[in-house]
Design a protein around this ligand. Structure first.
Ligand SMILES: Nc1nc2c(ncn2[C@@H]2O[C@H](COP(=O)(O)OP(=O)(O)O)[C@@H](O)[C@H]2O)c(=O)[nH]1
Ligand SMILES: [Mg+2]
Length: 275
């Protein structure tokens, strides 16, 4: 087989694989939306939606939900947990706590789960969306502080910063990664942020309907770079960063995480140079 023929069949194979995973993603997210409509046929969210993507966090999610404020600055807060597959008791705990729940029938990755949540938030009345982790690393008591610049009309997108606040974790590799990626993303996206990989963020809903989001798992850099390329005003607030309440990171070993993250940064940058 000549080289051109080999390259052609490789490209075709990759395309076919991409088409298959697009189909699967569409199917699973469609089922998740149906699941939400069945659970909450008359859903109406408050103006602030706290959105948590959760994968096998039954031991942690209850305490996180308990700490979410019921209102911020007179605005009602609704909490939506997108359970991303898994076979633990997460959805029962979410129901017990009275939060909105949506279950994906298979594990698709945090990026996919959050996109389902963004769509639901927009469709059911959210004006502001706050995302945070299900594992206890972020303190929901800081939500009012995170969204204060949005409510004041000063910013469109606020990222929590563990570097400006207090980092109670001790993983030096991760810390170095946070510093390095912030430097690279600042350079590429013309920002002045200290913690670009933090999943604790507040956004105006308009930002979410404007950005392009395609990443299945490592989604923080894509959201930031896309929002920056489209001219949204981005800033940060200090935060306290806790160790996971229990369990281990689901995102893979640090080296793998770093490699995947770097891929997302450069791919998004290439894509967003001419949004
Ligand atoms: N929806 C979804 N969430 C995930 C997945 N992996 C991790 N998460 C969630 O994303 C958040 C951050 O993941 P985590 O494993 O703590 O990553 P780390 O904090 O970067 O080490 C947690 O709330 C996890 O439950 C996944 O495959 N799907
Ligand atoms: Mg975590």
């Amino acid at each position: 087989m000549g080289l051109p023929v080999l390259l052609d069949s490789l490209t075709k194979g990759r395309r076919r694989q991409r088409r298959r995973s697009d189909d699967l993603r569409r199917l699973v997210t469609g089922l998740a939306r149906q699941d939400f409509n069945r659970r909450h046929p008359d859903a109406a969210f408050g103006p602030v939606v706290v959105l948590i993507a959760s994968y096998l966090e039954a031991d942690n999610i209850g305490d996180v939900l308990k700490a979410v404020p019921v209102e911020v600055d007179g605005l009602a807060v609704s909490t939506l947990v997108v359970v991303d597959g898994g076979d633990d008791a997460t959805e029962d705990i979410v129901a017990e706590r009275g939060a909105f729940c949506c279950v994906l029938p298979a594990n698709m990755g945090q990026g996919v789960a959050l996109r389902v949540g963004y769509t639901l938030a927009g469709a059911h009345g959210a004006r502001y969306v706050v995302t945070l982790d299900a594992d206890g690393q972020n303190d929901p008591a800081e939500i009012p502080d995170i969204i204060a610049p949005l409510l004041a009309g000063d910013l469109d997108f606020v990222v929590a910063s563990r570097r400006l606040g207090i980092d109670h974790t001790s993983d030096r590799f991760r810390r170095t990664g946070v510093v390095l990626f912030a430097a690279v993303i600042n350079l590429l996206a013309h920002q002045h942020l200290t913690d670009t990989s933090n999943g604790f963020r507040g956004l105006r809903i308009e930002v979410l309907s404007d950005v392009v989001l395609e990443q299945d798992q490592y989604q923080t850099a894509e959201l930031l770079i896309s929002a920056a390329a489209r001219g949204w005003r981005i800033g940060e607030r200090p935060t306290v960063w806790h160790p996971r309440a229990s369990g281990e990171s689901k995102k893979g070993h640090n080296v793998f995480f770093g490699f995947q993250y770097a891929r997302v940064v450069f791919r998004t940058w290439l894509r967003e140079r001419h949004p």
